[in-house]
Design a protein around this ligand. Sequence first.
Ligand code: IMP
Ligand code: MG
Length: 335
Amino acid sequence: MIADVVVDLQYGDCGKGKISHALCRMNEYTHVIRYNGGCNAGHTIYHKGKKFVTHHVPCGVFFGIKSIIGPGCVVHVDTLLEEIETLEENGIPARKLLKIASNAHLITDFHRIEDKKDKTIGTTKRGNGPAYRDKYARKGVRALEDPRLQPYIISMYHELYENPEFKKIEILFEGAQGFGLDPDWGDYPYVTSSHCTVGSALLNGVPAKCIRDVWGVAKIYETYVGAKDFEGPDEVFSEIRELGEEYGSTTGRPRQINWLDFDMLKMAARINGVDKLVFNKMDILEMVDSWCLYDGPNLYEFKSRDDIEMWLTGKLEMEVNESMEVMFSGDKEYI
Ligand code: IMP
Ligand code: MG
């Protein structure tokens, strides 16, 4: 068994959907597995030039690959069924390819009503927090208990270890949210309720030694949605928000913008053991021609894209992993 893992190194919305989609095109995966979160996630995917936003369904469905919502996830059934319908209407065979681990948990309508009352964290109001709370309080409801999900339910153990259909299993783990939203490593309490690191992928039933590549995904600037103050004072941020379409793909909320925080990126890359790192949205900073980042408390301004690329690559190779492959992308569909 081999597994590649896609993790977000900032606050979500860094382009995990795009990278997962691109990796499916480049590799021979037998499975794509979502390993955390629920429909709080919004993955924007351009497939053959057409825009899709997925909340629950892993991107393997775009390439005929079996796609599993893993046991680390929580599922809102109506949202999921709607998403499957939309994909089907657009010619993507989600009904056939999607599977759900029997031991994933459900987000109930009660969870959503409760989450709608949140004022302090600025959640996505999708019921995510209450669903995970009930799971760990041992009073949750599992996916196998909902009759509407029956056609999709599988045993994760059987699928990965006792399925004669596969001689060799090659998995892409598609993560949700990001390092800065992780309950342990993020800015608690302004975090989500499931873990957002490589460790979280392993909880879905795969041994640690199967991991081949860890793909860290970042943006060349940062964004955050939620209740804390995050946006910096620079006037260019409102321009970046418009050009980069920085509005929540789940809630439509404007994302707060700031320059990249290198210390946090370094910590996220180290803790996740990243060996391939993609900086997305280079095209947006090209348009405003402004290249800055924070190194510790200091804000550095670079003269050009080349300068910031050289600085970041050098620092990451020196301080995180000397054989790290660092990539810079400015395309919606391709790396
Ligand atoms: P929750 O996950 O809905 O409970 O929200 C907790 C925090 O995580 C809030 O600040 C949300 O805006 C943020 N969050 C949750 N999911 C995502 C995501 O997919 N992208 C960006 N932020 C997210
Ligand atoms: Mg998103």
